[in-house]
Design a protein around this ligand. Structure first.
Ligand code: F3S
Length: 404
């Protein structure tokens, strides 16, 4: 490939792999079984990446491994109804067509592991999307670095990655202990804990949590999404729960921790206060589904909204993938949600909408149960403010039309 015998797209892809490998002192490449691409939303793919993808597709480049796609900049089934911009639709369709031509499966979600892209323990892959990456390393025990748009494409085309970082067992051990000393009852609690751990602990090394005796897949998803947001980290362990941490000692690789933290009621309250930036009672927009809601979370939202009515001054979005919404439709959950005045919006989320569309919405404050959205919305959604609460609090606020 590097010599160009297989054609220019593969030579270019292998040049990217080689440059990365040299930069990180990798001794060799390892084969991968899959890739998850972020170069799909026209909000996150810059013009150079859009051109890169189209050039590769035009030259007949094909992915060599199972390759799936991250989130889009809008919902194709209700583009006009949501007032999404016609030019964005054209650009988004063109990017999707190019990536599909190269052989990707268009899942259009940040939770590909909910839609059949589930690498097994120890498998090497090349994934983008920080919340998915940390889930893959921590919960599935598969191995990926935090890929960039070009490197994920290069990996998908060559079927391999340079072996460095999280592909090596010795780089996956914890060195920081976070002892959880307050109850964790729902996804909101895990999201808050994750944000706390990312702010300082995860910047010192890989964290292993102690004091957690149970966690659902959704709770682990929220924990990692928040932690990757505040801590730029790609892996955590929970002693006795995640696969590379049967015990605290094994998570630490037999060494003593370099740093130790405690997460108690005070840390919980302080973290909620940081994320609850808007101290007024004003809200325009409620968002649930970051990372994309699972079928269990959609059921939970439907039950919470059943028989209620969203106030007229509130726009209520529930985000997930179209594939998961198809199941929710069959189950009747979406009927309940729509009857209440909330809107299931597929394949996108607030921070992946384009700036002209966000400006057109004219909102100034969002309420969400996602620490990740709270972090990114002020910077990526034209300075909007954030409220942070659990699903029950959000539904109460939606009905009352204001935050309490
Ligand atoms: Fe997914 Fe958007 Fe959140 S990509 S993880 S819903 S910020």
């Amino acid at each position: 490939m590097l010599d160009g015998e297989m054609g220019y797209p593969y030579q270019l892809a292998m040049q990217i792999n080689t440059a990365l490998g040299e930069a990180f002192d990798a001794e060799k490449t390892v084969p991968i079984t899959g890739a998850h691409l972020g170069a799909i939303s026209i909000r996150s793919a810059e013009s150079a990446i859009i051109k890169f993808v189209h050039d590769l597709a035009d030259q007949g480049a094909k992915f060599r491994v199972f390759t799936t796609t991250n989130i889009l900049c809008g919902d194709f089934r209700q583009w006009d109804k949501l007032g999404l911009l016609p030019d964005d639709r054209v650009a988004q369709e063109s990017q999707m067509a190019a990536i599909k031509k190269m052989g990707a499966t268009l899942l259009n979600t940040c939770t590909p592991y909910n839609l059949g892209h589930v690498p097994r323990f120890g498998e090497h892959v090349a994934w983008m999307e920080s919340s998915a990456i940390i889930y893959l390393n921590s919960v599935l025990g598969a191995r990926t670095n935090r890929e960039a748009q070009p490197s994920a494409i290069a990996a998908a085309l060559t079927g391999c990655v340079p072996e460095y970082g999280f592909h090596l067992k010795e780089n996956r051990r914890a060195s920081v202990v976070v002892r959880v000393d307050c109850p964790l009852n729902e996804t909101f609690d895990f999201s808050t804990l994750g944000y706390f751990a990312g702010m300082e602990a995860a910047r010192k090394g890989i964290v292993v949590f102690t004091g957690i005796d149970h966690a659902s897949n959704d709770e682990l998803k929220h924990l990692g999404a928040a932690m990757a947001t505040s801590g730029c980290t790609a892996m955590y362990h929970i002693a006795g729960i995640t696969p590379e941490a049967p015990t605290l000692e094994e998570a630490l690789g037999g060494r003593s921790p370099e740093y130790e933290y405690v997460y108690g009621e005070k840390e919980r309250k302080d973290t909620i206060d940081i994320l609850n930036r808007d101290k007024s009672d004003h809200i325009d927009w409620i968002q649930i589904g970051c990372p994309h809601a699972s079928i269990q979370e959609i059921e939970q939202v439907a039950k919470a909204l059943d028989g209620k009515k969203v106030a007229e001054n509130i726009t209520f979005w529930l985000n997930s993938s179209q594939a998961v919404f198809n199941i929710a439709e069959e189950m009747g959950y979406l009927d309940v949600i729509r009857r209440a005045g909330a809107i299931p919006v597929a394949d996108t989320c607030p921070i992946n909408l384009t700036i002209p569309y966000i400006k057109k919405l004219g909102f100034t404050s969002v309420a969400t149960n996602s620490a990740k959205q709270c972090y990114y919305i002020p910077g990526m959604c034209c300075g909007m403010n954030t409220h942070y609460g659990n699903i029950r609090t959000l539904v109460d606020a939606a009905v009352e039309g204001k935050w309490r």
